[in-house]
Design a protein. Structure first.
Length: 174
């Protein structure tokens, strides 16, 4: 059986609603990677692109792991990116997060851990606080902006995931 998902709340504080929508999108994405039995689809299946794009569900999982780590570690907390990101050759491949050669179970385990770390940070912090890190030009972000950006990021890729999964085996919906 596929992992359950939680509908976003209908009422609550701004933080509860926004975090509810992020979690909902994350859970639906993870379900896109599962078969009817609840196990992860085979890695070769998840590496199937929908031509003419080179985008795959496996690559998207790596990218979303990077998104969570980047916004939490480098931007919000002002830390250096952790591995595996620090060792990737971003000059050689600007989309290295989509193309890294790590076993999918490791990617999915780390993605889920990163999602939870980001969630905990967003629960604990005041959303009017500014990030400790910044872009190269010095631009800093409020925690609120980053939370809203995560809705946009997950939502955009969830739409891609719908198309990729339908291309793999015809499955539609959540």
């Amino acid at each position: 059986m596929k992992m359950p998902f939680t509908d976003p709340p209908l009422t609550g504080s701004e933080k509860e609603l926004v975090l509810g929508y992020i979690r909902f999108q994350q859970e639906i994405f993870l379900r896109k990677l599962q078969g009817a039995d609840g196990r992860w689809l085979d890695e070769s299946v998840l590496a199937t692109p929908l031509h003419p794009s080179s985008m795959t569900l496996a690559g998207m999982a790596g990218h979303l792991w990077f998104v969570e780590d980047y916004w939490r570690e480098e931007i919000l907390l002002g830390r250096s990116l952790p591995e595996p990101w620090a060792s990737l050759d971003w000059q050689q491949d600007a989309d290295a997060d989509w193309h890294m050669a790590l076993p999918l179970p490791r990617v999915l385990e780390n993605l889920q851990a990163s999602m939870e770390e980001t969630r905990q940070l967003l629960v604990e912090r005041d959303w009017d606080d500014l990030s400790d890190g910044s872009l190269k030009d010095g631009t800093r972000f409020s925690y609120r902006w980053v939370a809203l950006h995560l809705i946009e990021e997950w939502g955009r890729h969830l739409g891609h995931a719908d198309l990729l999964r339908e291309n793999i085996d015809g499955e539609q919906g959540d």
